[in-house]
Every structure is written in structure tokens, then in C-alpha cells.
Ligand binder design. Structure first.
Ligand code: C2O
Ligand code: CU
Ligand code: CU
Length: 516
């Protein structure tokens, strides 16, 4: 399989998507009439206005030469209900903290030399704010997002979503956090509204060339695998923390790499939240799997570690099934998926100034199960496979800009069950826009080795927007779309898979509209 390690451009040629497709991609704006770009409206009265600018600049990441990056720069323009906090001297975008219920206006300025659009990952927003590739704007243009923050408190994030350019733009640095908080969350987590006890941990892998420039050579099968692990934009990350509890808010912001997180001193990870916010109870695990796009909140208590050091590691696991390629497939010089390495060193000081205590975690508003999900035994299948020429498909289909198949239409306000069926040799993080879902069931693969190296680290008890589906596995999820209807998307969150083909439109239909 070694010969199938191609650069991106080679892949495009092989797949018959040569420069014509790229040219076409740049013209999509003109034909994407479903989403005319518009200015601010009088109909929407925001509580808060924020500007986010995608910039092209140089920053110090490694010693020596600066690195060219893309970066979101944020600014609070006016109003209350949200704050904008930069991640200090990092290429990463800002942390927006938004109170649930806030009416938000975001002005996205594209100062790149290419098209882009922002997608608010995990949020339920009107379709024109979802960042469909058809909504991409050109260099120098501005796109207005206006929506009410209706989602549950949780660790959402934002990143680009332009046609076939998402992976490279994220690689260059475009990603930011959007933490939603509400009073319920504050009951559980002291200081949730301000992030007083939060430690954001964005894990990404990168490779750099001899001139310290980001070197992007994705592996055709796995996507991009780098040779360095960065936390919040920094290699060799080390934090000095007090001997007390913190909320570690972990986002796997990598293009393709999966992490198996564990503490070096074998203390269990106390998981308090996932993609869509807090879990109903603390889940204690020896390790936790996090695939690209997934988030996990950990309550980490260092009280007994005064003066000591503990390392957050990623442990070895078997990433691919069928014994074929295990973790053995490498990117150009990248570390194979499933290799062990250190992620973050925590140096614990001698004395704590405060002692935050975890409060009661909020119950889920509903727990979907066989009794309340009508199509529990007849889920819609979504079969993941790898076609010829390494074309990733979902139900045999590849991405088409405007097409929506019958089984890609859902009714607003109706509970629907999907089943991901992974018939491919590697794991995929499957993401659905405009909804939070719950995992109903996982059926373990019968024929794949290595499942026991990951299955104790799957956290399925809360609201999710991205779920890992392991080789040979079937994962059943239930969800209810609403209030927003229109054209959204679902896709694999390995960004190279998304950009290649492994993404589809999803139409949320209004059940009261005639003919639907
Ligand atoms: Cu974070 Cu369409 O994805
Ligand atoms: Cu998303
Ligand atoms: Cu994939």
C-alpha cells in the first residue's frame, strides 16, 4: 500500500478531479444562488457584535524563522453577552464565550488570498450561517452571521468550510473556540461563565520544513499525520498549575490524528463533558479516545500532586483493522496514527490559592433509547466505504455541491435514527451539522483486531455532534432536528476525507410545508 501515499495534487489527478475542478471550485460563489451574501439587516437586533478576521501572517512557533500561518483575529465590537479572549501568542483563533440566549452578530472578514467561510461547529444556526461551501466569500469580502445562541452550554468551535480547502486552511491555523455557558452549567462548574477554572487544550499535529514553514503532505488513506504534537499552537507544551482541580477542555483540532489520552501516573480521567456539553454524571476512565472534531471535558484534580509533574499522554493503539495497515501507514515523515507520545506536561506547584469543587452535573433533557425512538430497529443505514482509487464514500456517494438524496432528507421535530456502518479499514469521526445526537448502540466488529485497544475509551453517554466509528463497527445514533430547516451537511471530520469526497448535503424539511 506504500505506493498510495500521494500528495494532494496527485490525488486530485488520480480521482479525475484535475485543475478544472479547482477552477470550478473558485467559481462556485457565483453559482451558489441558494445563499446570496447579504449585509446586516434591521430585522435582527443583536445583543453582541463580534468581528472575526481571517488573516495571513507570520508568527513565532519554533525557535528561529517565523512561520506563515492563517489566523482568526477576533474583536468584540459592541454589546454584552459575549467575550473575546485571544489565546496568547498562538496562531489559533480567539475563545468566544457566549451566554446561551445571546443574539449574536459576527462579521467575518476574509483577508486571505483565497475563498473561505466560517462554520460554527456543533451549533444550531440558520442555514445561511452554517458555512456551507456555497457560502464561501472571496478575498476582501465580508459575510454577516446573525443568530441566537440557542444551544446547550458546551465546548463548540469554529473553523473554515470552503470547497476542498478546509483541510489546508485548518492546517494553516484557522480554528477558534466558541464556549457557550448558561446558569445550569455554572451550578456544576464554578466560574463557568468566565472560564476561571478552564484550561483550553487544543491538540493538533503539524510538520515543519527546514525553514520552519508548515509542511502539508497528507497521506491518502489516513489524511494528514504530522511529526509534532502542538497544544494551543505550541510544541513541547508545559503548563504550570496549582495543586487543585481544573476543568481541562480538550478539543481534537487535528486534521486526521486520533488520540488515546491518559495520565502518566495512571490516575483515571474524570470525564464531565463531551461535544454537546456536560454529561449527566462523571465517567471515570483509564484512557479516553478523541477523534478529530470531538471534544472532551475533564475534571482534573492535581491536589495530591503538589511539587510533582504529570504528563498527559497519548497511548499506543491499533488504529486500523484487518491487520492490513495497523498504525503502520505513515504520512510523509509523519508519526503513524496509534503511536504513543507525550501531549502535555503539567508541573504542579506547591500551594493552591483556591479549591474549586465540582457541583451536581445536570440531567439530560431526554435520554433516547429503544422505548422512545420510533425507528430504533429500522435505522437509516449510512455505509462508509473506500471505493476504487481510494475514493471515500458514504452510501456509495461522493460530495455533490447541491444534491440531496431521499435518505438525506429529515423532518424537523421528528426523532430519527441513523446507523453508521464502517466497512472500511480505518476509523472515521462522523459529524452531523445543525443537531446534537445521542449514541444508542455500538455493535463491535466481529472481524477486526485491535478493537480492545480503544473500546474502553469511548464516551457515549452525552450529547454529541461527532462520533467515532471504528473499522467494522456499527454505531446507531438518534437525534431530532429543529428549529432550523434548510440545507446542512454531514461528513467525516478527517478533513482530508471531507475535502476529497466524504461529505454530503442534508436537508431538514419543514413538516408543515405542503408537498413535504
Ligand atoms: Cu467541524 Cu462540517 O465541520
Ligand atoms: Cu460542524
Ligand atoms: Cu473519514
Amino acid at each position: 500500500m506504500g505506493s498510495q501515499i500521494f500528495g494532494r495534487r496527485d490525488f486530485l489527478k488520480v480521482a479525475g478531479l484535475g485543475s478544472a475542478a479547482l477552477l470550478f471550485g473558485n467559481r462556485l460563489n457565483a453559482i451558489g444562488l441558494r445563499f446570496p451574501n447579504r449585509g446586516v439587516t434591521d430585522l435582527f437586533v443583536p445583543d453582541t457584535e463580534i468581528s472575526l478576521t481571517a488573516t495571513d501572517k507570520r508568527m513565532q512557533i519554533l525557535p528561529g524563522a517565523q512561520t506563515r500561518v492563517y489566523r482568526y483575529e477576533g474583536q468584540l465590537v459592541s454589546g454584552s453577552g459575549a467575550t473575546v479572549q485571544a489565546v496568547p501568542d498562538s496562531y489559533l483563533g480567539p475563545i468566544l464565550r457566549v451566554k446561551r440566549g445571546t443574539k449574536l452578530r459576527i462579521l467575518f472578514h476574509n483577508n486571505l488570498i483565497e475563498n473561505s467561510v466560517i462554520h460554527p461547529h456543533g451549533l444550531q444556526v440558520p442555514e445561511e450561517c452554517d458555512g456551507h461551501p456555497m457560502q464561501a466569500i472571496g478575498p476582501g469580502q465580508t459575510k454577516v452571521y446573525e443568530f441566537e445562541m440557542i444551544d446547550r452550554a458546551g465546548p463548540y468551535w469554529f473553523h473554515p468550510h470552503p470547497h476542498m480547502r478546509t483541510s489546508e486552511q485548518v492546517m494553516m491555523g484557522l480554528a477558534g473556540l466558541m464556549y457557550v455557558w448558561d446558569p445550569e452549567e455554572e451550578m456544576a462548574i464554578p466560574g463557568a461563565s468566565t472560564g476561571a477554572n478552564d484550561i483550553p487544550i487544543i491538540i493538533q499535529d503539524r510538520s515543519f520544513d527546514q525553514n520552519n514553514q508548515i509542511s502539508y503532505q497528507p497521506n491518502m488513506m489516513w489524511g494528514f499525520l504530522g511529526d509534532r504534537i502542538l497544544v494551543n499552537g505550541k510544541p513541547n507544551a508545559a503548563f504550570s498549575l496549582e495543586p487543585r482541580a481544573y476543568r481541562l477542555r480538550i478539543l481534537n483540532g487535528s486534521n486526521a490524528r486520533t488520540y488515546k489520552l491518559a495520565w502518566s501516573n495512571n490516575m483515571p480521567l474524570a470525564v464531565i463533558g463531551v461535544d454537546g456539553g456536560l454529561l449527566p454524571a462523571v465517567v471515570s476512565r483509564n484512557y479516553v479516545m478523541v477523534m478529530p472534531g470531538e471534544r472532551v471535558d475533564i475534571w482534573a484534580d492535581f491536589s495530591s500532586l503538589a511539587g510533582k509533574q504529570v504528563i498527559l499522554q497519548s497511548l499506543a493503539f491499533q488504529a486500523g483493522g484487518m491487520g492490513m495497515m495497523g498504525g503502520g501507514m505513515r504520512g510523509m515523515g509523519g508519526i503513524a496514527n496509534g503511536t504513543a507520545f507525550d501531549v502535555l506536561t503539567v508541573n504542579v506547584s506547591q500551594k493552591a490559592t483556591i479549591k474549586p469543587v465540582l457541583g451536581p452535573l445536570p440531567a439530560l433533557s431526554v435520554r433516547y433509547d429503544a422505548n422512545n425512538v420510533p425507528d430504533y430497529n429500522t435505522p437509516r443505514p449510512f455505509v462508509i466505504s473506500m471505493g476504487r482509487m481510494m475514493t471515500w464514500t458514504i452510501n456509495g456517494r461522493v460530495f455533490e455541491m447541491e444534491a440531496v438524496a431521499e435518505d438525506e432528507k429529515v423532518l424537523r421535530d421528528e426523532v430519527t435514527t441513523w446507523e453508521w456502518v464502517n466497512n472500511s479499514p480505518i476509523p472515521h469521526p462522523m459529524h452531523i451539522h445543525n443537531v446534537h445526537f445521542q449514541v444508542l448502540q455500538r455493535v463491535a466488529p466481529s472481524f477486526v483486531d485491535g478493537y480492545n485497544t480503544i473500546n474502553q475509551g469511548l464516551i457515549d453517554g452525552g450529547w454529541k455532534d461527532t462520533v467515532s466509528v471504528w473499522p467494522g463497527e456499527r454505531v446507531k445514533v438518534a437525534m431530532k432536528f429543529g428549529p432550523h430547516t434548510g440545507m446542512y451537511m454531514y461528513h467525516c471530520h478527517i478533513l482530508e476525507h471531507e475535502d476529497m469526497t466524504m461529505m454530503r448535503n442534508l436537508m431538514v424539511m419543514d413538516p408543515t410545508m405542503p408537498g413535504m
